[in-house]
Every structure is written in structure tokens, then in C-alpha cells.
Design a protein around this ligand. Structure first.
Ligand SMILES: Nc1ncnc2c1ncn2[C@@H]1O[C@H](COP(=O)(O)OP(=O)(O)O)[C@@H](O)[C@H]1O
Ligand SMILES: [Mg+2]
Length: 402
């Protein structure tokens, strides 16, 4: 991606009345990933633009159907197709790294065959390097940018995550990690609403993944037609919260296209990225949310500080606490539309960093999770006061957080 195209990308995401999805897709995988992240931020790009960008989760250009068969043959050899009773060469869903096809195994099992597109990794690495250098240039021109958001870090994160996703064996490994957590905690937490698809490992490889079809709609499809009740999202918070707060290992990419829902049941897809936070952050974060859900801001400030790897002297802490209280002065009772949780969290972390604190990079995994969750809440129930509604779940987790 050259600088002109980079500016076109920023322009179409942030300023064009209607984001040009075809352009974003032409600009490559990294551009698509950036577009997807902004789809969750109606507070940054406006609701209409976010809604259009959300199509990038499912409507990416797919490889032409005749190519799907050729692609499979090139990955797995000509005899591979003999494993299937039928295979629909027209993809039913296409996302940024690949496309999904309906098929049936010889025994009649309805499966999804996910295929990774070709030559994506090299282009991604090249683009990430270039975009980081544009940002570096921007921070030379505007040094103030350095302490604030860290776009170069965000790009590196997207790059690592996507390279990981491009090897579908990581998706199987990720699912196994989450399944194991469920199995070993089933006696102390209700996981009856969470499912994983059966993966056919004997038919899967780096570029092809065969799994049982999960009946239902993705949360993104439900959100798009206004059919996702807020309570269902809170239930997802509850499940995800257990992984996050009780274990510290969680689905690292819970965007709305990666979760299928039907009749009270969630199926986690796309488990190629597993988020992890160290214990000090898992417990610190839990207590911080607990304090925030009851508007106890001095305690929330102390919890943020408890996660810092860098200690402050008394004067520095007092100055930090004063700014923290100011940051939260208007917060109580605010809806997700008035103050987005992600934005508030980013400001909170930034305040900590500007005050001399230092946090483990697991913090970014958490921010990403929050971004997806609060992005979905903004679409499902713009008037929600999310932190207050989280209170009852947070109480449920107390016994699990030592
Ligand atoms: N086993 C499955 N059952 C039902 N739908 C699936 C299944 N696997 C994938 N999909 C559909 O295909 C889309 C893309 O699959 P996903 O695994 O998320 O790929 P990507 O890595 O390209 O995002 C999903 O959003 C979902 O709509
Ligand atoms: Mg996906």
C-alpha cells in the first residue's frame, strides 16, 4: 500500500459519505481488517458508515467459485474431494482471509469447508511494514501523537493476529484450548449455552478447515436486522467474562461475525486468536470493573495502579488519582452512546501511562474484547448503561477471582 492509497483508505473509512468497500478490499487484507475494526466504532465514524463497514465481516470478495475447487486441489490434491458426498462450489460466506462452503460428508453430516485464499501472508507483512512507517513519520511531525493512541502498535497487533489466522491449524488449537477450559470448569460454571463445532482434523490442514455446520445466524447478521436482544449480549458478557476474569485465557477475536447464535445457544467460530492476560491484570481488571460498576472511582483508580509494572511515588499517585476522578466525574449513568466504554477505557489506560505506569501488552487483548462487546451493545441497545448492567455478572465472578 503506497501513501496515496493509505490516505484513500483513511478517507473512505472516516470521511466518505459511503465507505467504498470494493476499494478497501482492493487495498488488501490489512485494509479490510482496519475497516472491520472501524465497523465496531459508530462513535468514531458515525452509525451509517459503521453499518456499511460491517459488511466487511461477511461480504468480502470471494475467489471465483470455479477457483475454489482448483484451490482445494492445489492445497490437498485431487483425491481430497472424494471425502465429500457433495460440495457447493458457491461460497455461502466469505471473509477477509478465506471463504466458507457448504458440503456434506459421506455419512450425511452437514459441514462447512473453510479455505484460505492464496498469497495473503506476504502482502500483509509488506503492508504492515509500510503503514507503520507512515505512522512513524506522522509522530515525527506531530510528536504529541506518540503518547496518545499507538496506531503502530495496533497495526502490529493486527498483523500478528492475522498471520496467526492464516494458518488454520491455529484455529483448531485455539478451539482445543477453550474446550479444555470449559471441560475443567464445568462443575463450577454454567457453560450449557456455549458450544464449539466438531472439527474434522483428519480433513483439515494449514489452508483448509472442515467443521460441522453451526445452525443459526451470526451476531452480525442479527445486529444488522435489529434482531439481537440486549439480554443475549449480556449473556455473552457472562460467558466471555468467565474466560477473561476467572481464567485469563479467552477467545481473542469475538467480533460479531465469529459467533453464531440460536435459541439461547452460542457457537464460537474462528478461534485462531487466543487472548491472554497475566494474573495481576486479570484480577486488577476484575476489581476495577467491580469498582466502576458501583461508581467507586477512588477504588477503581487504585485497581488500575495495581496492574502497573511500574510503581509511582506518593505525589505522582496523588496527581494521577486527581485526574482519574476528573475523568470519571461525568461518567455515572451515562449510556454507551453518550460515553463509549472503549473510549473511556482507552482514556483511562492513557492516563495511567501518562502518569508513569506501565502495563503488560495483554491490555491490548482486553481493549480489543471490550471494543467488540461495546460495539455490539451500541448497535443492539444504544441507551444501555453497560457498566451498571454488568454489575450482577461481576458479582457472580467474585468467587473465581482470587
Ligand atoms: N461451522 C460453521 N457453521 C456455520 N457458519 C460458519 C461456520 N464456519 C464459518 N461460518 C460462516 O462463515 C463466516 C466466515 O468464517 P470464519 O471462520 O469467521 O472465517 P474468517 O476467518 O474468514 O473470518 C462466518 O462469519 C460464518 O458466517
Ligand atoms: Mg471470522
Amino acid at each position: 500500500m503506497n501513501p496515496i492509497n493509505f490516505l484513500r483508505l483513511i478517507h473512505t473509512i472516516y470521511f466518505a459519505p459511503e465507505p467504498d468497500l470494493a476499494l478497501i478490499q482492493r487495498l488488501g487484507l490489512l485494509a479490510v481488517k482496519l475497516g472491520q475494526i472501524h465497523a465496531l466504532r459508530p462513535d468514531f465514524v458515525g452509525e451509517d458508515r459503521a453499518r456499511i463497514l460491517a459488511r466487511l465481516y461477511s461480504n468480502a470478495d470471494s475467489i471465483r467459485p470455479e477457483n475454489a475447487l482448483a484451490l482445494i486441489a492445489s492445497y490437498a490434491g485431487p483425491a481430497y474431494m472424494d471425502n465429500f458426498a457433495d460440495f457447493d462450489p458457491v461460497p455461502f460466506a466469505a471473509a477477509s482471509i478465506g471463504q466458507a462452503h457448504h458440503a456434506h460428508l459421506k455419512d450425511g453430516t452437514s459441514v462447512v469447508v473453510k479455505i484460505v485464499k492464496k498469497e495473503m501472508a506476504a502482502e500483509l507483512i509488506r503492508d504492515a511494514r509500510r503503514i507503520r512507517s507512515y505512522f512513524k513519520l506522522a509522530t515525527l511531525v506531530y510528536p504529541k501523537l506518540r503518547g496518545v493512541a499507538n496506531p503502530a502498535e495496533l497495526i502490529s497487533q493486527i498483523e500478528t493476529m492475522t498471520l496467526n489466522e492464516l494458518d488454520l491449524r491455529n484455529e483448531v488449537a485455539g478451539q482445543r484450548i477453550l474446550e479444555k477450559i470449559v471441560a475443567s470448569n464445568a462443575d463450577r460454571f454454567d457453560f450449557s449455552h456455549l458450544h464449539f463445532r466438531t472439527v474434522h482434523e483428519n480433513l483439515s490442514s494449514e489452508k483448509i478447515l472442515v467443521s460441522n455446520f453451526a445452525d443459526g445466524e451470526t451476531l452480525d447478521q442479527l445486529l444488522s436486522r435489529g434482531a439481537l436482544p440486549y439480554d443475549v449480549l449480556l449473556e455473552l458478557f457472562n460467558l466471555h467474562g468467565f474466560f477473561l476474569f476467572a481464567i485469563g485465557t479467552f477467545h481473542g477475536d469475538i467480533h460479531p461475525g465469529n459467533i453464531v447464535y440460536k435459541d439461547g445457544h452460542f457457537t464460537f467460530l474462528d478461534t485462531g486468536t487466543i487472548g491472554r492476560v497475566p494474573d495481576i491484570m486479570r484480577t486488577g481488571l476484575f476489581h476495577m470493573f467491580d469498582a466502576l460498576s458501583v461508581d467507586d472511582f477512588p477504588r477503581a483508580a487504585a485497581c488500575l495502579y495495581s496492574m502497573s509494572e511500574q510503581k509511582l511515588d506518593a505525589a505522582a499517585y496523588a496527581a494521577f488519582e486527581k485526574k482519574f476522578l476528573a475523568l470519571y466525574a461525568d461518567f455515572p449513568g451515562k449510556t454507551v452512546t453518550e460515553i463509549s466504554l472503549t473510549k473511556q477505557m482507552m482514556r483511562t489506560i492513557r492516563l495511567g501511562v501518562m502518569s508513569g505506569m506501565h502495563f503488560d501488552k495483554g491490555m491490548y487483548d482486553i481493549i480489543k474484547s471490550l471494543m467488540f462487546l461495546d460495539g455490539m451493545v451500541i448497535r443492539a441497545n444504544p441507551h444501555a448503561v453497560l457498566l451498571h448492567d454488568m454489575q450482577r455478572f461481576i458479582r457472580n465472578f467474585t468467587p473465581f477471582v482470587q
